[in-house]
Write a protein that binds this ligand. Structure first.
Ligand code: IMP
Length: 201
């Protein structure tokens, strides 16, 4: 049985304010007093894992050990099947130092423009780590197809070029609540919450 989070401070092991806000919102019903790694001035560890889970574990463990509080990390990305899963754990890096995702989306399109298989999935790994080093990890995935040209202005990252299976609009054309109902992150969260959190009344 997974270890439970029993309330109190929870560090979100991310320096990305958008991610911290989204995770804080998702955890609001569970009595977590959320604070970010950036607010605590925690250093960002080197993400040299070879899987989403390995990188989520690196981030969560570094934050839990440095802060003395339980810490939650998210590592996610886009895996294009015709590219053997790339950009995968390097999804953020494909956008270059300027973090320009129009560049990253074009790079993916150029790499697959002559391929028949345009299937892909988004993956998300969440790791909750306690200061004694105990960790619980969960994964979520949403399958779909890469489309071109990009469509929509909601969401972030590769959303304008990804259509989830059974849909005909991109993630960037969907209302955030609709995306959050089916996304890889939402699915990983569902598993995390079911295993480790209890709603407070
Ligand atoms: P991380 O912050 O190192 O986990 O980087 C994850 C990267 O994967 C992001 O910068 C996005 O490019 C991409 N990514 C992850 N989740 C999503 C999503 O829901 N939509 C679009 N892109 C995503």
């Amino acid at each position: 049985m997974a270890r439970h989070f029993n309330g109190g401070k929870l560090v979100i092991a991310s320096h990305n304010p958008g991610k911290v806000r989204e995770i804080g919102d998702l955890l609001a019903p569970f009595g977590a007093d959320v604070i970010s790694a950036a607010e605590l001035n925690l250093p960002e560890p080197v993400e040299d894992g070879l899987t989403f889970i390995a990188n989520a574990q690196i981030k969560a463990k570094a934050a839990a050990l440095a802060s003395g509080f339980p810490a939650l990390a998210d590592d996610s990305g886009l895996a294009v099947h015709a590219l053997c899963g790339e950009p995968g754990i390097y999804s953020a890096r494909w956008a270059g130092p300027s973090k320009d995702f129009s560049i990253a989306m074009r790079k993916v399109e150029q790499a697959i423009e002559n391929k028949e298989d345009r299937s892909a999935h988004f993956a998300c790994a969440l790791t909750l780590c306690w200061p004694d080093g105990h960790m619980e990890s969960f994964e979520g995935r949403v399958d779909g197809t890469m489309v071109w040209p990009p469509r929509g202005d909601k969401g972030f990252g590769y959303d304008p070029t990804f259509v989830a299976s059974g849909m005909d609009i991109t993630f960037a054309e969907m209302q955030p609540t609709a995306k959050h109902a089916i996304s890889h992150r939402a699915q990983a969260f569902r598993k995390l919450v079911e295993a480790c959190f209890e709603a407070v009344s």
